[in-house]
Design a protein around this ligand. Structure first.
Ligand code: WTA
Length: 660
């Protein structure tokens, strides 16, 4: 079948059409492949043949106080892993390394103003034990919830690990959230203690965390004590008896705190997904299964060696930070980098400066960041020696092939494999990703499910789509780090994830296509699928086509209601460094999309803008752009990272007529 014939066939029966064809491919480089942690592709077959044995093998790499009796109990849609087993996450992340790696650096920390701190595993042990004792002193007992509202300072992972040590589930609330968002999350978990800081450094300004926390706890009766780290020394109000300075609390505590022996299924943490409309969902994660899969995937996907300096540049307030800054890397005894501030402070090369200073070998970041770097231009990374890098990772959104190529060339020096990792807060750990020593990558594809993971792409009826077709991503077998429930709302858990097909099939909510070779291509949230003249087209593909044009840095595409075609494609585009858009460029871009993926996908209108509306975790808010395109009153924009841009885009869009 030619690719045009296969496109035609796809058009008839697919839930989502797969229009883009990508011919570039990159086999693993020899220097990585020859010494990779995973070299033998037989691992996929072996894991498939006996998944329980596979995951038991991975779990066995952790330290268990008591062995499990049974690997898996699956009463769909409820799974329990490593039943009867007992372990402690903080013990696995710290104590276990003390003999061999006590003096190894656990975290290189860089403050935004330029101050630095280095914590070895031994330092981490002392800090965590003392703070764990401080929490006990405040009356926190096993099972009590603790809320954490902080910026990216060392006390944040220390607080999380201290909670894990005493068996108190934490709920970390991203430091950029408002007091309302914080109050909702505290009230949902009924947290007893809130840990925060006076202020957080952000682009040279102080973000008033304590003030926000004070406002939040006016409506959170469960909070008995507030612990405050002094970071910015900004003025704060103080409630005697309720508020405690971190330093004063730990001063009197001994640096030894026996780890609680937790059941494998005990709750390690609750993390709220930042829904753009509905009430946020408290995603509940377990202890044993979670740690097993984050440690295992971190070791394999990033090919971690003892001398690596690994940097996940996410915020710890998101699941990426939980799994791949704190728990996965520490469980593997790995040296990590944490940076407090924004990538453009004081200049747009801050990340590359840090990568050079610490000789970072592995960098894990998000497409939104990569596209921003593209917009800033290559001069910033070019100022720095990035030759220490050996592997690059991407997470959070589909990565457009051109952004992938830019990342490979300008950050990875054309030598580093890119691991595009698909997963969710709910999956806890990476599910679909290349393995750098085995997988031949294609720009924009997350490639294949990892060993021990069973994924498929379904059509509307729940049939697996043919190769070359598109549909909905599903996960077909339970996995150790999977969500256990939505906190306090079991029905919503069943309804949201396990009812689209049947209760053994996890519905991820993402569009996906599989190419002729079985590679998975994620196509964004299914709410982001457009219907143009009866063709179901993913926003991700049209965006990728736009970003493939040399003038374009970033693009967001939405379907706008249209009397004739059902929906018409409206595009919002930011250009690379300093360029201006005019009518000629609009028509050039429309033709360019037509040429890349077909006339059907040609945007009806294109608006040039300085920025796109994004959630605080960097995902483009297409819902808002749809509202703008259809001249609707805008809904809630408080979860936006850059609310100002909405006004600007609304004006531009109103001034821009569509074309036929
Ligand atoms: C999207 C982040 C394409 C996807 C770890 C998913 C991705 C949602 C990728 C989860 C990727 C994440 N390629 N899309 N590599 N990684 N996504 O819960 O839509 O913040 O469902 O977890 O991000 O976002 P969350």
């Amino acid at each position: 079948m030619t690719s045009n014939e296969s496109k035609a066939q796809a058009t008839q029966d697919d839930a989502i059409e797969a229009l883009m064809v990508e011919e570039r491919r990159f086999p693993p480089p020899d220097n990585i492949a020859s010494r990779a942690n995973v070299k033998d592709p037989a691992i996929y077959e072996e894991a498939l043949a006996d998944r329980e044995a596979y995951w038991a093998g991975e779990a066995g790499k952790l330290h268990w106080f008591k062995d499990w009796d049974k690997v898996l109990e699956w009463n769909p849609p409820f799974a329990k892993w490593f039943i009867g087993g007992e372990l402690n996450v903080s013990y696995n992340c710290i104590d276990r390394h003390l003999d061999d790696r006590g003096d190894k650096v656990a975290f290189h920390w860089v403050g935004e103003p330029g101050d630095t701190r280095t914590l070895t595993f031994k330092d981490l042990y002392f800090e965590v034990c003392r703070f764990a004792n401080a929490l006990k002193h405040l009356g926190v007992r096993r099972g009590d919830r603790v809320a954490i509202y902080m910026g990216m300072i060392p006390e944040l992972p220390i607080a999380m690990l201290a909670c894990a040590r005493i068996g108190a589930p934490h709920t970390v609330v991203f430091g950029g959230f408002s007091s309302d968002a914080l109050a909702d999350r505290i009230n949902d978990t009924k947290a007893k203690v809130l840990i925060t800081q006076d202020g957080a450094n952000r682009r040279g300004q102080v973000f008033p965390l304590k003030d926000n926390a004070d406002a939040a706890i006016e409506s959170t009766p469960s909070v008995e004590s507030v612990v405050v780290v002094e970071r910015c020394n900004n003025e704060v109000t103080w409630v005697e008896g309720r508020d405690h300075r971190w330093t004063e609390l730990v001063e009197s505590q001994v640096a030894e705190c026996p780890p609680e022996e937790m059941d494998a299924e005990d709750v390690l943490y609750i993390l709220y997904t930042s829904g753009t409309t509905a009430k946020p969902k408290g995603i509940v994660h377990s202890t044993g299964g979670y740690l097993t899969q984050v440690a295992s995937t971190h070791r394999m996907v990033f090919d971690i060696k003892d001398d690596d300096v690994y940097w996940c540049a996410a915020d710890i307030g998101w699941v990426t930070g939980h799994s791949y800054i704190v728990y996965g890397p520490l469980a593997n005894g790995c040296t990590g980098v944490i940076y407090e501030g924004t990538p453009d402070y004081p200049e747009k090369d801050r990340l590359w400066q840090i990568a050079e200073d610490y000789k970072v070998t592995i960098l894990y970041t998000a497409p939104t960041a990569i596209r921003t770097f593209m917009r800033w231009g290559t001069e910033w990374p070019e100022r720095h020696d990035l030759s220490s890098l050996r592997i690059l990772g991407s997470v959070g959104e589909p990565i457009n092939p051109e952004a992938w190529m830019w990342y490979r060339k300008h950050i990875g020096g054309d030598r580093c494999p890119i691991v595009d990792t698909w997963w969710q807060t709910e999956t806890g750990a990476i599910m679909i990703s290349p393995l750098p020593g085995i997988t031949t990558t294609k720009p924009g594809s997350a490639t294949f499910p990892l060993p021990g993971v069973v994924a498929d792409v379904y059509d509307e009826q729940g049939e697996s789509v043919h190769l070359g077709g598109g549909g909905y991503l599903v996960l077909k077998q339970p996995w150790p780090s999977m969500i256990r429930t939505i906190y306090g709302d079991q029905d919503r858990y069943v309804e949201t994830y396990w009812s689209r097909y049947d209760k053994e099939t996890y519905f991820a909510g993402d569009g996906c296509k599989r190419d002729e070779e079985g590679y998975f291509w994620l196509m964004g949230r299914i709410d982001d699928v457009m219907n143009v003249s009866g063709h179901r087209i993913s926003t991700a593909e049209v965006e990728s086509a736009l970003v493939a044009h040399p003038s374009v840095a970033e693009a967001a595409v939405v379907g706008r209601n249209d009397e004739i075609t059902g929906q018409a494609i409206a595009a919002f585009v930011t250009l690379r460094g300093g360029e201006h858009g005019d009518e000629a460029l609009i028509s050039e871009l429309r033709d360019h999309v037509a040429e890349k993926i077909g006339k059907i996908a040609k945007p009806q209108s294109i608006v040039f803008t300085d920025d796109l509306p994004k959630t605080r975790s960097g995902k483009i808010m297409r819902r808002l752009l749809r509202d703008i395109s259809e001249h609707r009153k805008l809904g809630d924009i408080t979860t936006l990272a850059n609310a100002d841009i909405v006004d600007e885009i609304s004006k531009l869009a109103a001034a821009s007529p569509g074309e036929d």
